[in-house]
Design a protein. Structure first.
Length: 302
């Protein structure tokens, strides 16, 4: 239960990256696909959490809009701090929660596909996520959730660099999700979380990313007296509207799918999660593998 909550809070804001591909640049938003997985449509009972999410994205190619591919070797890592809580306050019959997420990015890469740009890199605080509204409903066969997140442009951003600690814009993120239990004991679980991001204009260059849609899903089974959840998780991303301020005239998209294992150790108030998702059917953006490892301290209220 506890780890599920922490993972959801982390999902409210794992950052995406800005990739500038020569002649076919695509602007990404703040939310990163593959940020969540198993039981991501649930908000657990009241409690307080502190956590760290070591996130890594291994890029092996950049896909063009028509299926072409440029080889690449780029590794992005980001330790992300999460502070979150679900209170005993009820609103519209739902549990109410809130969270803060502070990414600290360290860009690492090795490629020659950007010969005329300054890459930047190094550790730095990225754009901070604040989620003032998280609502979770619990029913006998299913859970439901809704959340609203505001992202502030606190990270450094420069138009002279391909890689930046921040994206230079405000963003709003809306999420709707559900977890459905396939049996009476709630061991088998299927979930889906939809994310809708609307970005502001970057003051540095007048560019505004198009609106984005992300669906993340998971299918798993609890074992070891519910302490472990094992299954598969995936994501589907698509740009809904074209970027403004650029000459890009196509909608980028991607898919990812892979295994996930989560474990809660109640006596130690600690939870762990490992998720690995290779990307496929990518168009107009980077392609590679996501690796997300979550570690959190749980303080449940009874």
């Amino acid at each position: 239960m506890g780890f599920r909550r922490f993972r959801y809070f982390a999902s409210a804001g794992l950052l995406a990256l800005l990739w500038v591909v020569p002649a076919q640049g695509q602007q990404n938003g703040h939310y990163l696909e593959a940020a969540t997985g198993l039981m991501n449509g649930s908000l657990p009972p009241p409690g307080y959490y502190l956590g760290i999410v070591p996130f890594a994205y291994y890029v092996d190619s950049i896909k063009g809009p028509n299926g072409g591919s440029i080889p690449a070797n780029i590794t992005i890592t980001a330790p992300i701090a999460v502070i979150s809580a679900v209170t005993k306050t009820k609103f519209l019959g739902a549990d109410y929660g809130f969270s803060f997420l502070v990414p600290v990015m360290n860009q690492r890469f090795s490629t020659n596909i950007f010969p005329n740009r300054t890459f930047g890199g190094g550790y730095g605080v990225s754009d901070i996520f604040f989620t003032p509204l998280q609502l979770g409903w619990h029913r006998p066969k299913a859970d439901f959730l809704f959340s609203y997140t505001l992202v502030a442009p606190t990270g450094d951003f420069s138009t002279d660099q391909v890689f930046n600690n921040g994206l230079g814009m405000w963003s709003q993120i809306f999420q709707l999700g559900t977890t459905y239990y396939l049996d009476k004991t709630k061991k088998w679980n299927a979930s889906v979380l939809s994310t809708w991001e609307v970005d502001g204009t970057k003051k540095a260059n007048g560019v505004r990313p198009g609106s984005q849609m992300i669906f993340e899903y998971g299918f798993g089974r609890r074992i070891l007296h519910y302490a472990m959840n094992v299954g598969v998780a995936g994501s589907y991303y698509r740009k809904l509207t074209l970027d403004s301020g650029t000459n890009v005239a196509f909608h980028d998209q991607e898919n990812s799918l892979g295994p996930e294992v989560s474990l809660v150790l109640p006596p130690a108030h600690v939870s762990f999660d490992v998720r690995y998702e290779p990307q496929f059917a990518v168009r107009g953006r980077t392609s590679g593998q996501f690796l997300v490892i979550s570690i959190s301290y749980l303080n449940l209220e009874h």
